[in-house]
Design a protein around this ligand. Sequence first.
Ligand code: NAD
Length: 423
Amino acid sequence: MKIAIFGVGYVGLTSAACLLNDGHVVIGIDLNERKVDMMNMGESPIFEPGLDELLKAGVDDGRFSARSAIGEEMADVDVAIVCVGTPSGADGAHDMRYIAEVSHQVATAASDRAADRNPLTVVYRSTMRPGSMEKLIAPIFQRYHGDALERIELVYNPEFLRESTAIADYYAPPKIVIGTRNGKPSLMMEELYAKIEAPRFTVGYREAEITKFVDNSFHALKVAFANEIGRICIREGVSARTVHQIFVADTKLNISPYYLRPGGAFGGSCLPKDVRALTFLSNETGAETFVIDSILRSNEAHKRFIYEMAIKDVKPGARVLLNGLAFKSNSDDLRESPFVDLARRLLSGGYDLRIWDPQVEPASLLGHNLGYSFSHLPELKALLLRDIEDLEDEEPSVVIDARGDAHLLPFASLTIVPINVLA
Ligand SMILES: NC(=O)c1ccc[n+]([C@@H]2O[C@H](COP(=O)([O-])OP(=O)(O)OC[C@H]3O[C@@H](n4cnc5c(N)ncnc54)[C@H](O)[C@@H]3O)[C@@H](O)[C@H]2O)c1
């Protein structure tokens, strides 16, 4: 294939070198003349292990050339890859000016393309916010190509390389994510990545665009969390190294997909209590743990969000059945259950609430469980159905499904709002 790469920095040059290594012909386009001169001499303008050799081999056998602008060569390019920078703007948002400029350049250069050539695939690899492909880039191409836009395939393909291991990462990425206009596979991208084995996701633009934000924020969160735990440990005379070893050895609950699915708020007798106690400990030791300190506030915001999602189509006064009250199914533990909080909000919002949870029997609640339900939901006894059949004459307009089994309830017409609104 003949591939043009716009923006030959860390990402662009790594892609160029690996595509050369795979046997493709590559043109590198960069505004920086000095970089262009160096690359044409087979010298890498950046240090990245292995890059020099691959670039030099491409220059020596005539498959690589660099320039500061592209013209008629675009006529027979199969794929254009955009890797320009998206640095932070003054307000924190990505500065998208390079993306806009380069999109105009690519769209103009593609105008010379013969009508009978295969469609040009333009792949964006720069990190940019969801909506950029649809709202910024596609309209630029539309302006130049109007009705002929089907001759240009726009793809978003985030890059996951890490500097210093960039070439190895190119050939063994953690995943390949391809964002297309309709979420359907791109033949050209399939061909480009044919030899690379990695989990593949072909999705819409927005899901592909947000991937890097999510990944990078999570990686940053992990570092910040690890360091906060380290600070607490050191101040408490605990070996941070040993704690780290114990933590990462748990690949069942800690380093695993558990507790990572967007859905309900956390609750129960352990998580809120122990996060609260760690926050206290941290403040006492002066560890300044801003991430840990914000966990409970974040959870409260999520409870509010769940309530708002649950009642968004239900008018106050409506009969609402909350299916499930304990903090999880097959438990009668009400302590810090997010559903007790939800019940409280529904009552305050003026809803005619009933609760169905076969595991919860008010007369059997004891100790803290009883105390918690008494202080947070004193109306519990009156709200809780003893038998689901008790509701037969006054069917609810909506069931808020905390247990996930509302479809089994014996009502004819049922509007079920899953609590797991994000899943
Ligand atoms: N560096 C990384 O490890 C990494 C990893 C994954 C994703 N990314 C993302 O990839 C993008 C590129 O990152 P980078 O580190 O390679 O940036 P970089 O600054 O090293 O390279 C960008 C290059 O684009 C050139 N450029 C700007 N406008 C141009 C134009 N109109 N035409 C041609 N060239 C132009 C610049 O001269 C520069 O050489 C960013 O969005 C970044 O967030 C970077």
